[in-house]
Ligand binder design. Structure first.
Ligand code: ADP
Ligand code: ADP
Length: 236
């Protein structure tokens, strides 16, 4: 089953007429339901721009992006936002937790944005996720009383609370020391299996990308290689 499928996707930025700069030059890509993939490439190659497309944060200039077989390129912003909220989870380098909220309140945020007041069942689900990332005892603690690694684990629980089909992570360990980064990476690996959630990680860290099942390399707005590790299986 395909989660995301890109066909001839192009993205240009308009820097005021007549200056238009094309950053992505016709990307074809398929992300399967069980993928555990890294997106790598030099600075300026278009990774952030591609991630914005994959995450339905911005629309392509040309081509098509199917999310669960639904064409999204010509959707309204409202449709795109709804689909994003239902199917995609995000983890960023800087976790963007709300400082005034406790861990569980932060984890519940995406559900509150889509459904309003969370139910007891939602709360239980959020607490289960916090337990799975090793934060059972920190449910009612605010971010300022957590370490950087703990805060990133809250952000991961938050990204998963809607049971997304795909988790998109932008330099999720960029700000962490090696050991903490490894722990966070192991969580992605675990949730990829236990929650059956596809994972795509943008990273500059070769240690991280080498640990993924698949490495997609972007150079100058084109995919120059897309390699599957020996022993990994493709899901289409
Ligand atoms: P990466 O994440 O791989 O560093 P980006 O997607 O951030 O690459 O950038 C790719 C190219 O697109 C760069 O030349 C960058 O300057 C340009 N770019 C990115 N975002 C914008 C924008 N909003 N407006 C204009 N140019 C942009
Ligand atoms: P990174 O690739 O490390 O995430 P970048 O510096 O490439 O960071 O981009 C940071 C943000 O700035 C992105 O959202 C990108 O779209 C935007 N951006 C990058 N280059 C430009 C540019 N030339 N003009 C406007 N926005 C840009």
């Amino acid at each position: 089953r395909s989660i995301l499928r890109l066909e001839g996707l192009r993205k240009s930025y308009n820097l005021g007429k007549p200056n238009e700069i094309e950053v992505l030059h016709g990307i074809d890509l398929n992300i399967g339901a069980h993928d555990f993939a890294a997106l790598v490439g030099p600075s300026g190659s278009g990774k952030s721009t591609l991630l914005n497309m994959l995450g339905l944060l911005d629309a392509p200039t040309a081509g098509e992006l199917y999310l669960l077989d639904r064409p999204t390129a010509r959707m309204s912003d409202a449709e795109r936002t709804a689909l994003r909220g239902a199917q995609l989870g995000f983890v960023f380098q800087f976790h963007h937790l709300i400082q005034a909220f406790t861990s569980v309140e932060n984890v519940l945020m995406p559900l509150m944005l889509t459904n309003g007041k969370p139910s007891q069942k939602d709360r239980d689900h959020a607490i289960d996720l916090l337990s799975e990332v090793g934060l059972r005892d920190y449910v009612d603690v605010k971010p300022s009383d957590l370490s950087g690694g703990q805060q990133q684990r809250v952000a991961i629980a938050r990204a998963l609370v809607t049971r997304p089909a795909l988790l998109l992570a932008d330099e999720p360990t960029g700000n962490l020391d090696t050991k903490t980064a490894d722990n966070v990476f192991e969580l992605f690996r675990r949730f990829n299996k236990t929650l059956d959630c596809a994972v795509l990680i943008v990273t500059h860290d070769p240690r991280l990308s080498e640990s993924c099942d698949r490495t997609i390399t972007l150079v100058d707005g084109r995919i120059v290689s897309d390699e599957l590790k020996a022993g990994s299986s493709v899901s289409q």
